[in-house]
Design a protein around this ligand. Structure first.
Ligand SMILES: N[C@@H](CCC(=O)N[C@@H](CS)C(=O)NCC(=O)O)C(=O)O
Length: 216
């Protein structure tokens, strides 16, 4: 059975993505939890991946690291490509926004860390507001073009990539357009995500670097 090495559920955006993919496609796996506060974190993580980062998927003797690489690997070797849309144009669009999420939005990541169990207030910079506006545009375009409930109709890797953003927006009370809000509300109703949120709420460990802003 797969083993997925994960960080703290309250904070680890990258860990949430492949976890959701495995859950949505009913692939059984064991979870191996690592505290992002651990003093010897790099040493501990080096047992699983040369990147010394979570998440890592262990598939027998094969170790796959990086959240998007894990999703791609699972999709290709275990899901017969069901986790990307079949249609060529939808497929290109989905890969585009998923990779955009993976490689961009630095200000949002920096200023609004995922902190699921908290409600916080931060003063967003112009760069962060620009990131938020772009994400709002991506979600709106997708729900209007493909009619939901997920970004590309059926659940895809793109939805895994954006789930942590939904959690960030919930913590910092980010305002969205009506179309983007439809997607946001749908994600928050996801039973698998709710399971992750319950686990995050049950955690007590505080990772100071991810405690941004002031209590709402
Ligand atoms: N691009 C990587 C980023 C992974 C990453 O930065 N993980 C963080 C935790 S969420 C980590 O392992 N940090 C430990 C460290 O930097 O020592 C991915 O998509 O998996």
């Amino acid at each position: 059975m797969f083993e997925l090495v994960l960080g703290n559920k309250n904070y680890s955006t990258w860990s949430l993505r492949p976890w959701l993919l495995l859950k949505h496609f009913n692939i059984p796996f064991h979870e191996h939890h690592v505290s992002l506060n651990a003093e010897d974190l790099s040493l501990e993580l080096s047992k699983f991946s040369p990147s010394c980062k979570v998440p890592v998927l262990i598939d027998d003797h094969i170790h796959v690291w990086d959240s998007l690489a894990i999703c791609e690997y699972v999709n290709e070797f275990y899901l017969e490509n069901q986790a990307w849309p079949n249609d060529k144009s939808k497929n290109a669009h989905a890969r585009g926004v998923a990779n955009e999420m993976h490689s961009s939005f630095g200000a949002l990541r920096q200023e609004m860390p995922m902190n699921i169990r908290a409600k916080r207030i931060v003063q967003a910079s112009e760069a962060c507001n620009k990131d938020i506006a772009r994400i709002d545009a991506i979600w709106s375009e997708c729900v209007n073009q493909y009619n939901g409930p997920w970004l590309f109709g059926q659940y895809s890797i793109a939805d895994c990539m954006f789930a942590p953003v939904v959690m960030r927006f919930a913590t910092y009370g980010v305002e969205l357009s009506n179309s983007a809000r439809r997607y946001y509300d749908n994600v928050l109703e996801d039973a698998h995500l709710k399971q992750w949120i319950d686990a995050a709420n049950a955690e007590t460990e505080i990772v100071m670097v991810d405690e941004a802003g002031v209590e709402a």
